[in-house]
Design a protein around this ligand. Structure first.
Ligand SMILES: Nc1nc2c(ncn2[C@@H]2O[C@H](COP(=O)(O)OP(=O)(O)OP(=O)(O)O)[C@@H](O)[C@H]2O)c(=O)[nH]1
Ligand SMILES: [Mg+2]
Length: 476
């Protein structure tokens, strides 16, 4: 008798579970962004690796479902949007598995990955119906540079040109830009345009943007798609430039210029770019994200100097416009937002000693909260963490002038030598002029530590806190 009852209860449970699995939201869309080289690929690879290899050398004690024994297993499953590039997890992992291990190659554009996590619900009302639940996670990797374009949606071609040319003619960009601006000034804006001239100028402008990023370490790059075109590489929609001579144009003549003139083509391509590229990205992707991780590498700009750091501050402020949900914000006026959690992560924390992690968090918080955009704390839950997706150094202590000082040890990228250093202090606040005069940073690039097998967990710093913030509440 007792057996029959148990059987019936199990059947009822399974029926109820089927029903609930169909009706209860057990799905989350995580978007990962950051400027190029900020650590997006390493982050997604590590996050996936920690989940699918949980139990095999994993260190996730701050992730409650693991800590409380609710976590059963996770696996990669086919992604939802099959028209979007697959995030190449296997290839990225291969870099860490190789002997000697290396970092994954740079990526371009948007990619996706889907993971299913099986867990035992504990607190939520799911536990009355089922012994096991599944949380499906869609992860999207996209360039932070694409968010730098949001303000363009609110600007005419004339406004954008003037702002961009002002920026180009200001230090530190002026030196590199002068010749290009002079060249643009010699062109008759009302001449019938030769498309190959337009393509050539756009190419020169794109090269300038690459030099700002790579040679000067600058972050404000606009239009963002020019350096990271994704599937639009070579398309004429990316072939326009800011016009340098608006003050000398007759307003009427400009208004009436047809699309086959130089200025007319610039204007029409700019408008098309805003609608078909910028707005489309927000509509097709951004508005579908539930949760967002913004990765920021604050250490490289600190190494490069004050101009690079000031530019990072400006870029972060521009990126934050996309999360500024106040009624008067540009974003809320254009779109209806959905994101409920926003994680800011200062990446590559293994480049500095552990005692500096608190300063990394304070510094990133200063960059975020001093921005002119008020983030709406009620609508979005936010957190800042200093992390290393893949820890490439070991920490220890060394005797220096009779005192124990914290140090890190790792395999230096430039010469593959194992070195032990104190790389310097991270400023707690936005550094001022005196700070730049006195301080010398020496943040060194390291290669990953010893290689691991593809089914082992990567060493990390605070990836468990990342998982707890992003997924913990969905797995109760
Ligand atoms: N030490 C250390 N270095 C890291 C870490 N994450 C990233 N890096 C370094 O930063 C570089 C860029 O990391 P990626 O993950 O490729 O960055 P990304 O944002 O995907 O770059 P793009 O694909 O070019 O946009 C790597 O090649 C490493 O040198 C980390 O956790 N620790
Ligand atoms: Mg990448």
């Amino acid at each position: 008798m007792a057996l029959i009852n148990k059987d019936r209860i199990e059947k009822l449970k399974s029926k109820a579970s089927d029903l609930l699995n169909r009706t209860i939201d057990q799905h989350v869309t995580l978007a990962v962004t950051g400027l190029s080289r900020s650590g997006k690929t390493a982050f997604i690879t590590s996050l996936t690796n920690q989940l699918i290899n949980e139990g095999n050398n994993s260190q996730l004690s701050f992730f409650t479902p693991v800590h409380q024994g609710q976590f059963i297993a996770a696996k990669r499953i086919p992604q939802k949007n099959i028209h979007i590039t697959r995030f190449d997890y296997d290839n990225s992992m291969a870099a860490f598995v190789n002997q000697p291990p290396s970092w994954p190659e740079p990526t371009h554009g948007i990619s996706e990955l889907r993971i299913a996590i099986r867990y035992k619900p504990k607190d939520s009302f799911l536990k009355y119906a089922t012994d096991m639940a599944t949380l499906t996670i869609d992860i999207t990797d996209y360039p932070g540079e694409w968010l730098l374009d949001l303000p363009m949606l609110n600007q005419t071609f004339e406004e954008w040109s003037q702002q961009t040319v002002d920026l180009l003619l200001t230090s530190p960009r002026a030196e590199l830009s002068r010749d290009f601006i002079e060249k643009v000034r010699t062109i008759d804006p009302f001449q019938v345009v030769d498309e190959s001239l337009m393509a050539k100028l756009a190419q020169e402008y794109t090269e300038l943007l690459h030099r700002f990023r790579n040679d000067l370490g600058l972050s404000v790059i606009q239009p963002g798609r020019f350096i990271l075109p994704g599937e639009l590489a070579g398309a004429p929609i990316l072939e326009f430039i800011p016009f340098a001579n608006f003050s000398e144009l007759d307003a009427n003549e400009y208004q009436n210029a047809s699309d086959d003139t130089f200025i007319g083509m610039l204007r029409s391509r700019y408008v098309e770019y805003k609608e078909r590229v910028v707005r489309k990205f927000y509509q097709q992707h951004f508005l579908k994200f539930d949760r967002q991780i913004v990765l920021a590498d604050c250490l490289s700009p600190l190494n490069k100097g004050p101009e690079s750091f000031a530019d990072l501050k400006q870029a972060i402020s521009m990126i934050l416009e996309s999360y500024s949900y106040g009624q008067s914000s540009l974003f809320s006026r254009l779109f209806s937002p959905k994101i409920d959690k926003l994680l800011f992560a200062a990446t590559k924390a293994d480049h500095v000693t552990q005692d500096q992690h608190g300063n990394m968090v304070s510094l990133l918080n200063e960059l975020i909260y001093q921005s002119k955009h008020q983030l709406n704390y009620d609508a979005i839950k936010m957190k800042t963490l200093a992390i290393a997706s893949v820890k490439a150094t070991a920490s220890g202590k060394s005797l220096h002038q009779g005192q124990q000082v914290p140090v890190i040890q790792g395999r230096r990228t430039s010469d593959d030598k194992t070195i032990t250093v104190f790389p310097g202090s991270v400023p707690k606040k936005l550094p001022n002029a005196d700070y730049w005069k006195e301080s010398h940073f020496n943040f060194i690039n390291f290669e990953p530590q010893q290689s691991i097998s593809a089914h082992e967990c990567l060493p990390h710093i605070r990836m468990d806190q990342v998982l707890q913030f992003l997924l913990g509440d969905k797995m109760k």
